[in-house]
Design a binder for this molecule. Sequence first.
Ligand code: HSE
Length: 431
Amino acid sequence: MSEPVRVGVVGLGTVGSGVVRLLVQSADHITRQAGRPIVVERAVCRDVGRDRGLPLPADRVSADIRTVSRDPSISVAALLVGGLEPARSMMIDLLEHGKDVVTANKALLAEHGPELFEIARRHGRSIAFEAAVAGGIPIVAAIGECLAANRIESIRGILNGTSNFILSTMEEEGADYADVLHLAQAKGFAEADPSMDVDGTDATQKLAILAHLAFGVWVPWGEIPRTGIEGVDADLMASAAELGYRIRLVAIASRSEGRLAMRVAPALVKIGTPLAETRGAFNAVSIVGDAVGRMFFHGLGAGQMPTASAVVADIIDTVVGRTAITFRTTGVLDPDSPAARIAGADMVQKHFLRVRVDDRPGVLSRITGILGEHGISIASVIQRDPAAADGVPLVIMTHACSTNAVAGAVAHIDASDVVSGATVCLGVLDD
Ligand code: HSE
């Protein structure tokens, strides 16, 4: 039997604890996959005294990253702490001291990816990050390796399990937003600060990482237009259902006239399509490649063991040498890539509008007139009475049109004197 590979696990939260458990409980299987045993030599966490019930001797757990980075017997470190600092400093310390790093920290890569990749390459080390996007779904390997022969045309993803759990549970059980959020936290899907789940930050950071792999550009995640799920209410869900759609938080990146159009926002997805059937904490990614056509990936995108599954697979890949090979070309700039700047990039799709208007003569023609002035053609209009205190909801479905034109029309509508609240505008996905 070959010598064991010694691993350091940095962070013993939900994911770190899952990784330790998986490495121990599936040790025989993992040994066969890696060709040698993989053992947790040391772990680092903030609260050393806490009993997590893990199969780790107390003298192997410390609060000091240097117990891993300076241990010459350790060759691979799993960095499983969230946030930017001290995670960034820890990653640099590990790379500079000769460790290959596996991480699930998407915020760190979305914010500091170019710097960290450069440091890793300078030190002849690798960074593996399958667990950073869509938890257990092997989407990083799929885009970076399995679909490498394709020019990727578009990516659409449900990339945040917490917000999908909230939307689908509210819809299926008529449950209250706050109650469902608490349940997601109890189940361990949500970020330490769940506002990053519901305001779209988490999905946007994951989209930036996927765009790097698929399009060879690092897009600063803060430049990607983002709308969270906070404004999605039962009334909006009911209007969508009446038209044959559900509402999901969808992250989109697509090539469009030499630019990269990107956004994260709630969207209407047609009932019966895979994105609409993605429920609970499941994630889904739909990709179009020029050779392969449309592909669909679905699985648990959050939670302890699905994320540990991806981390441990990356540890095995690193141990057998696969990561070192793929990391050399991971997301290397593509001279044919769409412009990194996404400002002004446009998408053509159907749109759903809910406009709250005063119920008086001429109002409908004002709204449809503004849409016409912006070149937007209407497919259907639904108006229900009686008027609520905050106006009558007018639900409009457009034909396929430019997102930029719709944004201009909505600004025009909201500046008019016939509306009694901000218009909700959502993209519509039929496939
Ligand atoms: N909080 C994330 C989610 C999981 O709900 O999908 C980790 O990325």
